[in-house]
Design a protein around this ligand. Structure first.
Ligand SMILES: [Zn+2]
Length: 280
C-alpha cells in the first residue's frame, strides 16, 4: 500500500503536469469507485486545476474559478491504486485494464486512475472546506508535521502497543506497515511495547526519526516493494535502505541476529529481538 512518501511523490509528479490546466472531458468507467454522498459528482469536468494537495496517505485535486476555490476530489490509492499522467491522449505507457476514471486536459494530456483491487476510491466535494470538515476531520496530524507535543497528547494513557498506535490514522496520518517497522527499528523500540511505557524523551526522539525517515524516503522517490510508480511511471528507490521491512528470517544489519515477526493489528511486523527493547 502506498504510504506518505509514495503519495507525496505522486502529488509532486502530478502537480507539475496538471496545475493550471482545464479538464475538457471525464470518462468514468467504474462509477462504483466514486464514493460518498457529496455533490457534485461531475468529477471536475470543465474545471481548471488550482493545486494538488495531500493529507496523510490521501490526495486532493483542487479547482478554481476566477481565483476562488471550487469543487475538489479526494483520491485514496488503497492497496493497488495508481495515478498516471500521459502527455498525449493515448495510453502508451499505461496498462489499459483496471482504469476506472480518465480525465482529458486542454493541452491534450490524459490522467488515469487505475486500481485493480479497488480498495481505493474517489470522493467528491463542493469545496475544500467540506473535504477537511468531513473526510479528513478524524485524521490525526500529518506525519511530516506532527510535533512531539501532539503525539504525546494522542498517546497519553493508552494501553495499546506502539505499532498499532502508529498505524492508526486517527493518531498520526500517513504511516503504514513499512515505515512504522523501519521507524521502530531505528528507535530501538519493540513493536509490542505499550505506549504508556514510553517517556517524553522517547516520544520526542520517535517524532524526530519519523520526520527524518519520511524526508529521506520522499527524497528517494518513495519505496517500490511490489508495484508502486509515481504519476510519470517512475519507481521509488528507498526500499534498498530497508533495515527490517520484508527481511523476516534474514540477519539484522546491525547485530546479525535473525529478524523475527509478530502479527500486530492484523499486519506482520518485522523486528530485531536483540536491538529493539520491549518496555513493560
Ligand atoms: Zn539487531
Amino acid at each position: 500500500m502506498p504510504e506518505l512518501p509514495e503519495v507525496e511523490n505522486v502529488r509532486t509528479s502530478l502537480r507539475r503536469k496538471i496545475v493550471g490546466q482545464k479538464i475538457t472531458h471525464v470518462s468514468v468507467h467504474r462509477p462504483d469507485i466514486i464514493r460518498g454522498p457529496s455533490k457534485p459528482r461531475n468529477m471536475l469536468s470543465g474545471c481548471q486545476i488550482k493545486e494538488v494537495g495531500r493529507y496523510g496517505k490521501q490526495l486532493a485535486i483542487y479547482t478554481e474559478n476566477n481565483g476562488s476555490y471550487e469543487p475538489c476530489i479526494c483520491i485514496h490509492l488503497g492497496m493497488t491504486g495508481s495515478l498516471r499522467y500521459e502527455p498525449t491522449s493515448g495510453q502508451s505507457g499505461t496498462q489499459l485494464n483496471h482504469i476506472h476514471v480518465t480525465w482529458r486536459f486542454s493541452d491534450g494530456g490524459t490522467f488515469f486512475f487505475r486500481d485493480p483491487r479497488r480498495f481505493g476510491g474517489i470522493w467528491t466535494f463542493p469545496t475544500p472546506r467540506q473535504l477537511r470538515d468531513t473526510r479528513w476531520q478524524h485524521l490525526g496530524p500529518d506525519a511530516v508535521t506532527i510535533t512531539a507535543m501532539q503525539l504525546t497528547k494522542s498517546l497519553r494513557n493508552r494501553s495499546r502497543n506502539i505499532k498499532s498506535a502508529l498505524l492508526d490514522q486517527g493518531i498520526v496520518a500517513g504511516l503504514g506497515n513499512i515505515y512504522v517497522d523501519e521507524i521502530l527499528f531505528q528507535c530501538k523500540i519493540h513493536p509490542l511495547t505499550p505506549v504508556k511505557m514510553l517517556c517524553c524523551k522517547q516520544i520526542s526522539s520517535l517524532v524526530r526519526r519519523i520526520h527524518r525517515l519520511l524526508h529521506n524516503a520522499i527524497k528517494a522517490g518513495g519505496s517500490t516493494f511490489k508495484d508502486y510508480q509515481n504519476a510519470n511511471g517512475n519507481h521509488g528507490r528507498f526500499q534498498s535502505q530497508f533495515q527490517v521491512y520484508g527481511r523476516s528470517n534474514q540477519r539484522c544489519k546491525q547485530c546479525e541476529t535473525t529478524l523475527q515477526t509478530v502479527t500486530v493489528a492484523g499486519r506482520t511486523s518485522v523486528f530485531c529481538q536483540c536491538c529493539q527493547v520491549l518496555y513493560k
